[in-house]
Design a protein around this ligand. Structure first.
Ligand SMILES: Nc1ncnc2c1ncn2[C@@H]1O[C@H](COP(=O)(O)OP(=O)(O)OP(=O)(O)O)[C@@H](O)[C@H]1O
Ligand SMILES: [Mg+2]
Length: 370
């Protein structure tokens, strides 16, 4: 059975993008009731009919449902009392004033960690196609190659050369490819000297540098190409980007399931929800059905089935993701579908819809104080 503390910890990953804080610290969680595997959450919103409502409710639902030992989640949404609102606004103000952004990735950015339990299943191929496809759909997208030693993102996106410092800061400027901001150790290790420097770093430290010292700017989505099967990178990621969610890649064979389940388990223990499963390399040779099996085991959607198709390999080798080459083969269409399904499952955070909200709340407070 889960505990209230565990539920609250998980809910720290749900952000109110407008107020720039998570729902727990903002005092928006008014109650957590646990009866066996059923969790009921009281959620108080600043204004009852804000369009952000469905986003915050959806995030809350998804994260708590993904916890081991939870079967059902009920959310009771209410509007805050004026007292609750003034408390919330003072927390929000304090946050803006005092708490520096822990990373350069905006809290509104949707973070998708592409992971699997074993190597070579197509994490990097899926990551670059997802990123390029999202950018092609008009979103602001970054890709972080968290496979520090086994990097393949630069080759697959056709970027080379060395990263440089952004002009007006000490931050590193990401490379740009097909509209995607790219960060990878492959773009940093050039001289013996820097290679040595990076070799001395732990994997999780390298990830930290990539999150804190890169000028990511505005991002709707950050795709993270995870290294095969390591736990420490996952843990570091959850600590620094609590909003991260995991996309699990699996092959069609049933043998792959055990490994994938292990990753899923790790995701849950580190409070990272699983957004869905992608079956890759589907075809006559490897069969089909593994993705479906895993998604039903995990109780998450199967967001894509990508056929075994040589255009994925040639796209990776030429630095032109196949998702951008419509009509080039069955994989391009399947990857496009994956992009669309992901956007539906994890829509970009809405920013503009309630812009008047804070101003109004501040106005109300000022009026109340007068
Ligand atoms: N759908 C596909 N059809 C054909 N080949 C594919 C497909 N997906 C990936 N590949 C090929 O399989 C190989 C492994 O893919 P990729 O490097 O993306 O896997 P990975 O999971 O990132 O591997 P690693 O664990 O080493 O990081 C690559 O040569 C890639 O081009
Ligand atoms: Mg890889």
């Amino acid at each position: 059975m889960v505990t209230e503390d565990q539920v609250l910890k998980t809910l720290e990953g749900v952000n109110d993008p407008e107020l720039g804080g998570n729902v727990v610290e903002l005092g928006m969680i008014t109650s957590v009731d646990i009866t066996d595997a059923a969790v009921t959450i009281g959620l108080a919103l600043t204004v009852a009919e804000c369009p952000l409502r469905s986003q915050i409710e959806g995030d809350t639902q998804r994260r708590v449902e993904a916890m081991p030992g939870v079967d059902s989640v009920t959310i009771n949404t209410t509007a805050m009392t004026s007292r609750q609102r003034s408390e919330l606004m003072s927390v929000a103000r304090r946050r803006v004033r005092e708490i520096a952004e822990p990373t350069q990735v905006p809290p509104t950015t949707r973070v998708v960690a592409v992971a699997s339990g074993k190597g070579g299943v197509g994490k990097s191929s899926i990551s670059v196609n997802l990123a390029a496809g999202l950018a092609n759909s008009g979103f602001k997208v970054g890709i972080l190659d968290a496979d520090i030693w086994g990097f393949s993102v630069p080759r697959m996106l056709g970027v080379e050369g060395k990263l440089s410092a952004a002009s007006d800061s000490k931050l590193i400027e990401p490379a740009l490819s097909n509209g995607v901001k790219v960060i990878s150790t492959g773009l940093i290790i050039e001289s013996e000297e820097t290679a040595l420097m990076w070799r001395g770093l732990m994997l999780s430290k390298a990830l930290e540098q990539f999150l804190k010292q890169v000028e990511w700017g505005e991002l709707d989505y950050l795709v993270i190409d995870m290294p095969p099967g390591t736990g420490d990178v996952q843990m570091a990621l959850t600590r620094m980007l609590p909003q991260a969610e995991m996309l699990v890649v699996t092959t069609p064979q049933r043998a792959a399931q055990k490994v994938a389940v292990r990753v899923a388990d790790m995701a849950r223990r580190s409070h990272m929800p699983i957004i869905g499963v992608v079956e890759n390399m589907t075809g006559d040779v490897f069969g089909t059905g593994g993705g479906e099996l895993l998604s039903s085991d995990l109780g998450v959607p199967l967001l894509g089935i990508i056929p075994l198709d040589s255009s994925v390999v040639s796209g990776g080798d030429s630095g032109k993701p196949v998702v951008l080459e419509a009509g080039s083969g069955p994989a391009a269409a399947a990857l496009e579908q994956l992009v669309a399904n992901l956007v539906q499952a994890l829509p970009p955070a809405q920013l503009e819809t309630c812009t008047g909200r804070i101003a109004k709340l501040l106005g109300d407070l000022e009026d109340g104080a007068a």
